[in-house]
Write a protein that binds this ligand. Sequence first.
Ligand code: MIC
Ligand code: SF4
Length: 641
Amino acid sequence: MGKTIAQKIIAAHLLSGEMTAGSEVALRIDQTLTQDATGTMAYLALEGMNIPRVKTELSIAYVDHNTLQCGFENADDHQYLQTVAAKYGVRFSRPGNGICHQVHLERFGKPGKTLIGSDSHTPTAGGLGMLAFGAGGMDVAAAMGGGAYYITMPKMFRVNLTGALRPGVTAKDISLEILRILSVKGGVGAIIEWGGEGVATLSVPERATITNMGAELGATTSVFPADEVTKAFLKAQGREEDYTPVFPDEDAAYDRIIEINLSELTPRIACPHSPDNVKNVSDLAAVPVNQVCIGSCTNSSLADLLKVAAILKGKRIAPSVSLSISPGSRQVLSMLAKCGALEDILASGARLLECACGPCIGMGFSPNSGGVSLRTFNRNFLGRSGTRDGQVYLVSPETAAASALSGYITDPMTLDVLPEITMPDCFSIDDSGVLMPLDEEAAKSAEVLRGPNIKEFPVGKALEDGFDGTVVLKVGDNITTDHIMPAGAKILPYRSNIPYLSKFCFEVCDPEFAQRAKETPNGIVLGGENYGQGSSREHAALVPMYLGVRCVIAKSFARIHVANLINAGILPLTLQDPADYDLLAQGGRISLAQIHEGMKNGSLTAKAGEKEIKLCCQLTDRQQSILLAGGLLNYIGEGGL
Ligand code: MIC
Ligand code: SF4
């Protein structure tokens, strides 16, 4: 039987394991990326592994999340990242050079290669035909050190695209449509491959918008074929030699096939507070808008911003609207400036922000109280914008620009003329924002600079055979890592300072949580479906571990988060009967016994008073050993890389 794209790339990188859905496979990783908000912990972990140089073909440390520098903290972290990268053989993308996924797409991604990144949107590179995964920082550190990356072999979904998009309908609308079809947990355990005749009509950045938002489906990753369009993109980036064709076999088998006719699609909008709460833009027309933000790793390419500039050209934004534009990279910004499009954007009244994540992660530009904010981003989780009652909607750049002009949610298909844009044959290339590491000799004596904001990496404790715990928090379905460990301008500077960060754990759900967890020995968190969806931040596991959480019991888990829990030494258990969720209450006592035996058998029984609760504990041998050691760092310390 033929192979899918993902199966071909996995087979070419397979270090161990069976390629049957549900089994664990170990993959050789060609490239890694980190960003600053997760990178500090990743490099602290790498330093702890005693490996003098990274062993990958290419590793890059980007600085794009924490660029406000409201105090010494961010600047300290940047300095640490720059010096640790130089010493360990990692390239360093300076603050202002752009958002990791956009820069990686432009300058470094390669079809047919594997990439892991300490950011959940690393699958963006799937737009180039690369197999790219989001992962926790410790897993990225292990891959930098030459270790394998372990995934559960996913099912294969295929989305067949037919027809072609009509003017005003965009790749973002395709992303939102698939979220409408599958929901935020519909991609869990699957790789999504995009195919069909409609693929040839989409540029690489458009494909990347779609693979980027595969993260919102919970998918392991998403990937497009690498074809003539990919080759032309790489050629325009001056790196045609990086092209390799990547296609599925004609007779590749998929577990599920979904059809989308591009010609029938209309502009879509995700309503608060979930990316799968999708409606037609036309159904919300006339909703007044306070703020519009254009940018993020989903929609900040040159083509996106040229379209925005063309819609804004010669017009002024509505007085009631504040519009921000964050170009995805310095390449995008300088090309906008050279061709005059930047002038059209500025003349419309827009505010230009740095080439960074910015408002997407609540680093500035929070909406007003209860304000309606239209964003071209990928996440609209409660409170993520920095304004708890902000009403964040996700839209395409075209919908965003049209709405900024009118002051109301506006379907771009209603605009009189929709601009045609032509892409340059050559992008302007200047890699001076990416610093090369020191050579091996110089690296030996190079100092790594650590400011007072860099605290020690917390390590877990070995998992005992049994303990009595307390449910310190009970939460519902689809809890995101933004609930567990919020980000935003006030907290993000402390990503390398777990003790300080811990004060804000679960703040969105329960401001008392941190104090209570600290005072309660053997805390247990009880969650619903898809617990830990969203980002790859391992802080959402390290911080609860630091606060004494030993175990999370949920109806189901999101892929990256469950790996992070294990890496932090927290036992993840699922309820065999989801109805038992109702039997357990916050504050209730739970006894776990014969855990070690239970891990081997895949199930164990917990006692909650008189009740017996059956729990699943499907862990590979490797995961069991990590938990027994008290987390990945201890396990590696015992020779487990
Ligand atoms: C996000 O979009 O949520 C982030 C911020 O990029 C995170 C990483 C982090 O929390 O640092 C992600 O997506 O993994
Ligand atoms: Fe940055 Fe937002 Fe993309 Fe996360 S989703 S990498 S915060 S732009």
